[in-house]
Design a protein. Structure first.
Length: 452
């Protein structure tokens, strides 16, 4: 199939893509039902089922997964003997955080300066729209040349593992020859990129206790052990003076061999304040994709506004540890817990409780599917060749699919380039990226069918 009519069709579908994305963004589908209405997520799932029916999918079903959320599945049979491709996206989103930091309403798709703003616009409701546009373009140009399965997850951002467990309980459901995960992003806008590694993650809660109750700091401070101070010492022990992560027994000197990430580009992407140094050692790419990284996500202690002159009896923190491929997440959890327990001062009572875990992932870039995607990307992005990059985030489902279907080829693409600011205020998607990646996916499905 010539790319010209396909490209023209994708371009003609963009107004409908924007309308679809606007409807999807309007659902407040945060899978934290203690703080966001479950009905919003369920309504989003219904919207997706209707969209799949409209595209001719069969066996469309809302799957009630073991974590109490819903994923949506559909199957579009292909020509006799054609390979099957599984397309993945997720419709749940991160909370909007501080609504006052948004320049426009987070759950209302708004165009500004050539980008479309809204929570989930890039991560990952835009990924679902990318899949739909690619399939619509193929249907308008002779039909979809492969069998397609689609799965749209409802709790990826929460990391509660519902879809992973459901897939393990129904191993034939998602079986495919190749899998396209639409939840990554280009290294830079306009630079076609396949994500080839994902860091794994472990999440632990650390509870520190030293006293039966808070004490007056003037009467007891100086001798009474302070739980908050003990916690601060432990958390500080997780970093070297240069900011490198230092967990006892965990290797931290890996190197990245893919695309380079210049420090000045990273500083701009991360909006690092003038005069503030980057942390860690090695190249930026080493630090992001080849080495462990610890982050203190939160601390429970009195706020400044609510503080009293007291020695704190208890304190708690939530700690994330990202680990590169080659490191087992369960072993990283064990090492992190052992480090915290060993470094706790003054005999304070400490309890480390795991709150989440996901294994790292490394793709096989020598597979035929990667060759087909490279060809498709080069056509969709004239003058550019597909690059390989890592992603610091985790998509635990990748490892589940790799274990269930070891012969399947897994590719990660998507709309979450640096300007998208996913998980932050003012998340956005570049419509040009949505158009080009939808075209690339349509071309990939065509090329992959011909290889089969």
């Amino acid at each position: 199939m010539s790319p010209d009519p396909l490209a023209a069709t994708v371009a003609s579908l963009m107004p409908g893509a924007r309308a679809d994305l606007a409807e999807l963004v309007a659902f407040r589908s945060v899978a934290d039902f203690a703080h966001f209405p479950r009905e919003e997520s369920e309504a989003a799932a219904r919207w997706i089922t209707e969209a799949l029916h409209a595209e001719g999918f069969q066996d469309v079903a809302v799957l009630d997964t073991p974590d109490g959320t819903q994923s949506v599945y559909g199957h579009l049979p292909g020509p006799e003997g054609a390979p099957t491709v599984l397309l993945y996206a997720h419709y749940d989103v991160q909370p909007p955080l501080d609504a006052s930091a948004w320049l426009t309403p987070p759950f209302e798709l708004t165009e500004r300066d050539g980008r479309w703003y809204g929570r989930g616009a890039a991560d990952c409701k835009g990924g679902l729209v990318m899949h739909l546009v690619a399939l619509r373009a193929l249907r308008a140009n002779g039909g979809v040349p492969v069998g397609v399965k689609i799965i749209v997850e409802g709790s990826e951002e929460q990391g509660t593992g519902g879809l992973e467990r459901y897939a393990e309980q129904h191993p034939e459901l998602l079986r495919a020859d190749s899998i396209v995960i639409g939840d990554a992003g280009n290294f830079r806008t306009g630079l076609p990129t396949a994500t080839t590694i994902l860091r794994g993650m472990t999440l632990v809660r650390v509870d520190m206790e030293t006293l039966e109750g808070n004490l007056h700091s003037g009467q007891f401070g100086g001798a009474a052990p302070d739980a908050l101070a003990a916690l601060i010492r432990v958390l500080d022990s997780l970093r070297a003076p240069d900011g490198s992560t230092t967990v006892d027994g965990l290797p931290g000197t890996g190197g990245w061999e893919g695309i380079d990430y210049p420090e000045e580009s990273f500083r701009a992407d991360a909006h690092v304040l003038d005069g503030v140094e980057l942390i860690g050692s090695g190249t930026v790419a080493d630090r992001l994709w080849a080495r462990p990284a610890v982050t203190v996500l939160g601390i429970d202690c009195p706020s400044v506004a609510e503080a009293t002159p007291s020695v704190q009896a208890r304190a708690r923190a939530l700690v994330s540890l990202r680990v590169p491929p080659g490191t087992d997440a369960a072993e990283a959890t064990r090492l992190l817990a052992a480090h915290i327990e060993a470094r706790t001062p003054w005999g304070a009572r400490v309890r480390v409780e795991q709150a989440g875990e996901g294994q790292p992932f490394r793709a096989d870039t020598s597979s035929p599917a990667y060759g087909a995607m490279a060809t498709a990307m080069a056509t969709a992005y004239p003058g550019q060749q597909m690059q390989f990059a890592g992603q610091g985030g985790s998509i635990p489902l990748c490892n589940t699919l790799a274990a269930l279907y070891p012969q399947a080829e897994i590719l990660l693409i998507g709309l979450s380039e640096p300007e998208a600011r996913i998980h932050a205020a003012n998340e956005s998607v570049a419509p040009q990226e949505l158009e080009r990646l939808a075209l690339a996916e349509a071309l990939f499905l065509t090329e992959y069918a011909q290889q089969g």
